[in-house]
Design a protein around this ligand. Structure first.
Ligand code: MLC
Ligand code: AMP
Length: 531
């Protein structure tokens, strides 16, 4: 079976010494190549706050943890949630889950208990793994969910042999949660084949290779941090240099000390790095010289403002490579590794990905493209749709929501796009209720739903207001029952109820919410009049 153990397969090298893509042998798929190759490899897989970890060490720890999962009767296809810091323990859990054929649900340790409860409930997690360091975080959930703690240094198991787990490419590998306009966050089910293809196209396009040292400073519950910054470099047997969290000083230190040669981040991170550079008065010659050691700097997850692109180029000498992706599809469009990178554009489809633009409300195709072809019938803007083996299987237990987001096998991204001078541009979301702040996707409706449970809030509209550093900020317009209310009170109350990046950073209190005859708020007007 070609896709047998596909997600394990993606850890092995698909890239030969010249940086060319090579197809793995089917025979090797049947031999569980990741065990085979990596248990013998002393190459450093990850450097983190605890030290250096070879592929072999991580694999052995994952094998131990997988035995624990077997002892706990975790069967293939079971959802296993896991929470760890951004370090090698994340990989140990991820590989262990896949070793037993289970489906990984990565949790974010900074999310409040209410959010975690929702993810565990919705994914029907049969088991939740949590590192020793974080186990207190999940203590309030232990009565309702099976939670076990693990540490990558000591794992107790029955030491039984682990039988090879049969997997097909269509088996689910991972569930990632994403916000939308239909109800609370939905679980995006990604199969082993999806992850394989999402990884494969980036390996080809961006030439990840064994000598790469990628600086990882992103969260590990979203596709950017997981696929682009973990699965891809590890597939090429590169080394991931993992920070526990983004920290401008540490990122600059890694760059200036030439510790890394690949950096991938969201525009907010580049904005914060520029802020830090300006604030600390770094030596411009030293910065330019050090950045010559970097082979690739990528920006994505939100539109890269051109002033950031130009300023970054000025101080580092690098033109950021901007690309476009989504939780449901991985990466779809990219500026080229070699050749002209167009400011404000996201390039063309990655290998294996098909893209088209459809006139809103019709089935008229305005433009259609693959990695090596582009036909423009009309250069107007429309909805971007994506097709290919990278596109996710379904929203977990939500057949109607899944159906709604597809036109045949084309996934409707909800982004407005147009082709200009041969490259795609992303012009924004079709829905005003989707906010992108710091690269996080936030549903205004999700935040409104929670705020309406506050006893002092009688009406609310959440809007995304332009922000230089965050792209957009989450702003609340509310009607209150008693006047004694301010942003600080609101933020304190929100802390226990929603992820930090959902919490409004701006507030307007109005006596009445302006609604039309249909009871709808015109959010574009609201933003214009209040912010
Ligand atoms: C937040 N703050 C703001 C603000 N937003 N203040 C003013 N205006 C705003 N707009 C406040 C916060 O409330 C907080 O206050 C303080 O600023 C720090 O906020 P933070 O968000 O915690 O900042 P920081 O820790 O510096 O994190 C910034 C960041 C983070 C960029 C590192 O947002 C991040 O990791 N983003 C990446 C998200 C990501 O990976 N997305 C990929 C999704 S996948 P206080 O008082 O609490 O300190 C995807 C597909 C694809 O999109 O294409 O990749
Ligand atoms: P998420 O749902 O968190 O995976 O976010 C996906 C969304 O991020 C896309 O639908 C786009 O709206 C946005 N996005 C990702 N990359 C870019 C980019 N380079 N430019 C503009 N928007 C982007």
């Amino acid at each position: 079976m070609i896709f047998r153990n596909m997600s394990l397969l993606i850890f092995r090298s698909f890239v030969n010494k010249k940086g060319c893509f090579t197809l793995p042998l089917i025979r090797q798929c049947h031999m569980y190549p990741v065990y085979h190759k990596h248990r013998l490899s002393n190459k450093i897989c990850m450097e983190d706050e605890f030290g250096h970890h070879s592929y072999q060490q991580i694999y052995n720890k994952a094998l131990n943890l997988a035995r624990v999962l077997k002892d706990e009767k975790v069967s293939p296809g079971t959802s296993v949630a896991f929470m760890s810091g951004n370090n090698n323990e994340y990989l140990v859990a991820q590989w262990a889950v896949w070793l037993v054929g289970a489906v990984g649900v990565p949790l974010c340790s900074s999310h409040p208990t209410d959010s975690i409860r929702y993810y565990l409930d919705d994914s029907k997690a049969g088991l939740t793994l949590v590192t020793q360091a974080l186990k207190q975080k999940l203590a309030p959930l232990q009565d309702n969910f099976k939670v076990i703690s693990y540490s990558s240094t000591e794992v107790n198991s029955s030491e039984q042999n682990l039988d090879d787990q049969e997997l097909s490419g269509e088996d689910p590998a991972m569930i990632l949660y994403t916000s939308g306009t239909t109800g609370p966050p939905k679980g995006v089910v990604l199969t082993h084949s999806n992850l394989y293809n999402q990884t494969k196209c980036l390996l080809t396009a961006w030439n990840y290779c064994e000598t790469d040292r990628l600086l990882h400073c992103l969260p590990l519950h979203h596709t950017h941090g997981i696929v682009n910054c973990l699965l891809c470099p590890l597939s090429a047997q590169a080394t991931v240099c993992m920070l526990p969290a983004f920290n401008a000083e540490k990122v600059w230190s890694a760059l200036l000390n030439k510790e890394v040669n690949v950096l991938m981040a969201v525009p907010t991170i580049y904005a914060k790095l520029l802020e830090y550079h300006d604030k600390t008065g770094q030596d411009p010659d030293k910065v330019r010289e050090a950045c010559k050691s970097v082979r690739l700097m990528v920006s994505g997850s939100a539109a890269l403002p051109t002033p950031i692109l130009h300023r970054w180029k000025e101080i580092t000498g690098h033109t950021l490579l901007e690309r476009y992706g989504m939780t449901e599809i991985g990466m779809a469009l990219s500026n080229p590794l070699q050749g002209n990178r167009t400011p404000g554009a996201v390039g063309n489809p990655l290998p294996g990905v098909q893209a088209r633009i459809i006139r809103p409300g019709t089935s008229e195709i305005l433009a259609e493209a693959t990695n090596d072809s582009l036909s423009i019938l009309n250069s107007e803007e429309g909805e971007l749709q994506i097709r290919g083996p990278n596109v996710f299987k379904e929203y977990l237990n939500k057949p109607e929501a899944t159906q709604k987001e597809f036109d045949g096998d084309w996934f409707k991204t909800g982004d407005t796009s147009k082709v200009e001078n041969g490259v795609f541009r992303i012009l924004g979301r079709t829905s005003v209720d989707i906010i992108k702040s710091g690269g996080y996707k936030i549903s205004a409706l999700d935040v409104e739903r929670v705020l309406l449970t506050h006893s002092n809030i009688t009406d609310v509209s959440i809007v995304g207001v332009s922000d230089e550093v965050y792209g957009q900020k989450v702003a609340a317009v509310i009607v209150v029952a008693t006047s004694d209310f301010d942003l600080q009170q609101l933020r304190t109350w929100c802390k226990e109820k929603m992820p930090k990046y959902w919490i409004p950073t701006d507030l307007r209190i109005v006596s009445e919410m302006p609604r039309n005859a249909m009871g709808k708020v015109n959010k574009k007007e609201l933003i214009k009049s209040l912010f």
